[in-house]
Ligand binder design. Structure first.
Ligand code: NDP
Length: 427
């Protein structure tokens, strides 16, 4: 059998769907900026006049395509690439690939983050808040710079995938249609020397950029109003914890769908570099010009929701990870499971006995808590909850379909043992 078979099934309804997703996500970015900012307020555009105003603002590209922002963006990406190489790191092996190889990955995301935080503290000590206020003030120019960078990167890896020699393509990215393959990612693991572009982009410039943006918006709020509101802390502290958590569990990313089976194309390049930092920092950006102060009981309720849901997310993922790594670990050896014909075991007690995707439920409520921190003056800041719900439901069905194919009748037994999908006794 050939190493790189032609892709027959195309997700997203093929090339037209891929083009629509690219246009649609960039449009969302524009609408959420021009519809929600210091001058415009934050109103979901529904009237023709509101849409016309957004279209007019978006048409003035000189206001947001900035050479300075592009230069700083390239510097940011290059700084993190430098740390990828220079910080000593234990090396982890990726999963076994179709070509019989395992790739090596340096696990230094967390130290890279800590060095970057130390550098930011140094900058603050030397120059005060000014550089961070510049970042907050040039949020959209930086977001556009990231779109351009992500698109150029995706184009380069697409072209590079046609080089001579053995190139391992993604099973889903070899349709032969340039638009579709560019979008979905043609090569599985494009690398520049030892720099694994997919893993690097997934964990570093975007995730750390999200933290930097949040910190800058908190400083912006302070500069504008002389205070950092409790709503700002409720929005950004959980997000920073989530980013740190991702970096602490950096090894876990090596077994995710993104790294194992997706190619690296526009979808991941844009998702990592633009979507995550620019859209996920919306709550902090909004609060930087629209401060909200919650009463202590309301703030406490939001904090309890955030902490509780984070624990569900973290403990359930860690339980499965510990069980899959070493089922004899005393922390998980008491758990009941179904032994499947493939040799893998499926947990049916503990967190995984409550619902088949209890980890998604924790993750979703965690995001909701951050949206609730922004109050109820606009629906626009609830974008993340709506989008994430769609993403997780789509992911749920994709995963269920994969597991049904893989485990066959064992999966049916598993679903009988754990009938709920997300919330115990409810759904
Ligand atoms: P999961 O971590 O839930 O992994 C699903 C896989 O786990 C299945 O394919 C199966 O793999 C195995 N599995 C399923 N049920 C069991 C069981 N009962 N016992 C043992 N193994 C089981 O999925 P994801 O990778 O989608 O999500 C990981 C986390 O990342 C989630 O918490 C999710 O919320 C989060 N996430 C966050 C995103 C964001 O943008 N913030 C985006 C996507 C995910 P196998 O074939 O090995 O059996």
């Amino acid at each position: 059998m050939t190493l790189n078979p032609r892709t027959v099934h195309r997700d997203f309804y093929g090339a037209p769907g891929a083009a629509a997703v690219m246009a649609g996500t960039v449009t969302v970015l524009f609408v959420w900026y021009f519809g929600c900012n210091e001058d415009a307020g934050c109103q979901l555009p529904v009237t023709c006049a509101q849409w016309a105003r957004i279209a007019a603002a978006a048409a003035d590209y000189r206001a947001y395509v900035s050479g300075e922002a592009i230069a700083y963006y390239v510097l940011w990406w290059s700084w993190l690439a430098l740390l990828y190489f220079v910080i000593p790191a234990p090396v982890a092996q990726g999963v076994l690939l179709r070509n019989g190889q395992r790739l090596k990955y340096p696990i230094n995301g967390l130290p890279s983050f800590l060095v970057t935080v130390a550098a930011a503290v140094l900058v603050y000590a030397m120059r005060g808040a000014a550089p961070f206020l510049w970042i907050a003030d040039h949020y959209f120019q930086l977001a556009v710079a990231s779109v351009l960078f992500a698109t150029a990167q995706a184009a380069l890896v697409y072209l590079y995938s046609f080089r001579r020699g053995p190139v391992l393509l993604a099973l889903a990215g070899n349709s032969g249609n340039p638009v579709y393959d560019f979008f979905i990612g043609r090569e599985l693991n494009p690398r520049v020397g030892a720099l694994d572009l997919k893993c690097f982009n997934e964990l570093r410039p975007g995730i750390m950029g999200w933290v930097l943006l949040n910190a800058s918006f908190a400083l912006k709020q302070h500069a504008r109003f002389g205070v950092v509101t409790n709503s700002m802390w409720l929005a950004i502290l959980p997000q920073i914890a989530y980013c740190v958590d991702t970096l602490v569990f950096e090894r876990c990313v090596l077994t995710t769908m993104d790294i194992v089976s997706d190619g690296f194309g526009w979808m991941l390049s844009f998702g990592d570099l633009t979507w995550v930092p620019a859209m996920y920092s919306l709550q902090a950006r909004y609060l930087s010009f629209h401060p909200v102060s919650h009463s202590t009981p309301v703030a406490a309720l939001i904090a309890i929701l955030a902490i509780g849901s984070f624990l569900v997310f973290r403990l359930s993922n860690s339980e499965k990870n510990a069980f899959r790594t070493n089922p004899d670990d005393p922390a998980v050896s008491h758990l009941r499971y179904i032994a499947t014909e493939t040799g893998s075991r499926l947990l049916i007690s503990g967190w995984w006995g409550m619902a088949r995707h209890i980890n998604y439920t924790g993750d979703w409520f965690f995001g909701l808590a951050q949206c609730l921190a922004t109050g109820f003056d606009t629906p626009m800041t609830y974008f993340f909850s709506v989008y994430f719900l769609v993403l997780l439901i789509h992911r749920f069905y994709r995963d269920e379909s994969k597991c049904r194919d893989k485990y066959k009748k064992d999966w049916i037994r598993y679903c009988e043992a754990v009938p709920c999908m997300f919330i115990p006794y409810v759904i």
